[in-house]
Write a protein that binds this ligand. Structure first.
Ligand code: BTN
Length: 264
């Protein structure tokens, strides 16, 4: 079980993670963090839960967090960014999670546009950045991160193959240590969000970790599914998706699936 005292000890010296609220069970850490952010919670506030009963993923999908098996947390950030720069938070979170997992478990995660973290082609973590605006500026962002540590959902529970960190790493992973590592990587790269000279490094590191670039893919959008090639990403986080006609669509949100080469 995750214990508040142990987490407090682990987060000693971290910039993020204060104040810290630890729940044995909650609906969604992101819902709670949003409520607190709306009421003026400071940057760095962290909600961690052992179990979520109404965990949310992108597009209103459920995110499962059974007890004793996962890491689920939401962090309030107040970066100096405009609304158009909001996708930078997902880049930051993706790179930070990959770097922390590499350190802690000695495996090499990759990212799947826009929000998934993969090991050996299977998803073991998801990122959810929810922003509130004040005019053209971001007022706050709730960064929700969920990692399957020792359990993964069954195939019928998900629309993309899932796995868990321990199965891929072949070793036990201490969740409190993993949380500390992620927060430290978020802290180390946080300045790259709003420093225009440093942001290209964050963008390049995110792009370098993306799977499927240049590959035939199926892009499932809200109202249609497109077949084509996931050609590249742009600095605003958009996917550049080439259609068979040669037209390149800029897409800010959607679900990417690999297509077998024979279907091209
Ligand atoms: C996705 O892959 O669609 C994103 C999943 C994000 C899940 C995390 S778990 C902690 C936080 N609380 C939630 O309800 N969702 C996020």
């Amino acid at each position: 079980m995750l214990h508040a005292q142990e987490l407090l000890h682990q987060l000693n010296g971290c910039r993020f993670g204060h104040p810290l609220y630890v729940y044995q069970q909650i609906g969604s850490t992101s819902d709670r963090a949003k409520l607190l952010a709306e009421n003026g919670a400071p940057e760095g506030l962290l909600i961690v839960a052992e179990e979520q009963t109404a965990g949310r993923g992108r597009g209103g999908r459920a995110w499962l967090t059974p007890p004793d098996s996962a890491l689920a947390f939401s962090l309030v950030l107040r970066p100096a960014l405009t609304a158009e720069q909001a996708a930078r938070l997902v880049m930051l979170a993706g790179v930070a999670v990959c770097e922390a997992v590499e350190q802690v478990a000695e495996v090499q995660p990759r990212l799947k546009w826009p929000n998934d973290v993969l090991l050996n082609g299977r998803k073991f973590a998801g990122l959810l950045a929810e922003s509130a605006l004040r005019g053209e500026a971001l007022e706050y962002v709730v960064l929700g991160i969920g990692l399957n540590v020792s359990w993964a959902p069954a195939p019928e529970q998900v629309d993309f193959p899932a796995t868990c960190l321990q199965a891929e790493a072949g070793r036990e992973v201490d969740r409190a240590g993993l949380l500390r590592a992620i927060l430290l990587r978020l802290e180390a790269r946080y300045g790259q969000l709003s420093d225009e000279a440093a942001f290209p490094t964050l963008f390049a590191d995110w792009r370098a970790r993306l799977v499927m670039l240049g590959e035939p893919a199926e892009l499932r959008l809200e109202t249609e599914t497109l077949a084509g090639v996931a050609e590249d990403v742009a600095a605003d986080g958009a996917l550049l998706f080439r259609l068979p006609s040669g037209e390149v669509r800029r897409v800010l949100a959607g679900n990417l699936h690999l297509r077998p080469a024979s279907a091209v």
